[in-house]
Design a binder for this molecule. Sequence first.
Ligand code: TXA
Ligand code: MG
Length: 354
Amino acid sequence: METKFWQVSAEQPDLEIIKQAAALIRQGGLVAFPTETVYGLGADGLNPEAVKKIFKAKGRPSDNPLILHIAESADVWRLARQVDARVQKLISRFWPGPLTLVLPKEKIIPAEVTAGLDTVAIRMPRHPVALALIKESGVPLAAPSANRSGYPSPTTGEHVSVDLGGRIEAILESGPTGVGLESTVLDLSTDLPLILRPGGVTREDLVSVLGTVSMDSGLSDPRQKPKSPGMKYTHYSPRAEVILVQGATEKVVPKIKELVSQSSSQGKKIGLLLTAETWAGLGAEADELPVFYRRNLGSVSHLEDIAHIIYSELRNCDTEGVEVIFTETYRPEGLGAALMNRLLKAAGHQVINV
Ligand code: TXA
Ligand code: MG
């Protein structure tokens, strides 16, 4: 199939284009669209046949449930049971925004969306194009990230086109997304609020509203099975091998030099995705390093800038034919928790401590 590629302004989406995209959704088609986190691959979330196409287009395992995207927070009542005081507080504070809530589901939701679970994940995105598309479609949109399963999530329409071009009806493109990492998934189906996937809304943000919030221990321990079906798969990984180097800058700098020299003597094409601090530590020597692709991700004091470009940079390494990527770790606080979660998965938990 030929995939339509529509460019739309993020500030003022062209309603004519949105109407055409919504018509495709209502006919049971797949349309990729920008959100404030990453691009999503949308289908009519109440149409089982349309939802099945998502799994096929992405090559996604059918036991991994999808998030329903809504444009009016009041729609949560139609889709979920037990919309209690905690839920209402979170919604008024964080919606629209990068927070997905897992709640007991209502009967109208097809089993294809929830992979047979009795809970459903719901979020209201903050992107004007996403909101316009959902409103115009008149249905909740089931939408995973719009990448081939296992690959880093797309943060531009171009990424979606590379992964899913020819397999979906249309792509709405409005430039790079804001946050750059997926939403936080919070399970509120039991008494204890549990973060199933750290993301754009931080644990600290959630604690400020709820008091106690736990992090699923399966997220940090590769030997434990995570509670969210999607978190058990290899994920967010470029084709290149990813190796994380962890430690203080003065130790990371010589280690990077050593690793580069080793891999280079093995004839490998090397990518370096390093923080401003580490580049500064390498100083003038950085120019002499035999690396194929290099990028300054920015300062550790601006994790939001690093999150914004990290997927794009992992993808660039692949485009450039890089075989091994050396990159760094972050303190798992604030947005650092989400960043570390994705990097550990991309690296298959290969961490060199110095
Ligand atoms: O930022 C985002 O959340 C993006 C944009 C497009 O909204 N979407 C996204 O969707 O990342 P996806 O499908 O790539 O990730 C959804 C995650 C998966 O880990 C899935 O297993 C989990 O949410 N999930 C969905 N429904 C669930 C449920 N009922 N219980 C537990 N986990 C659930
Ligand atoms: Mg995904």
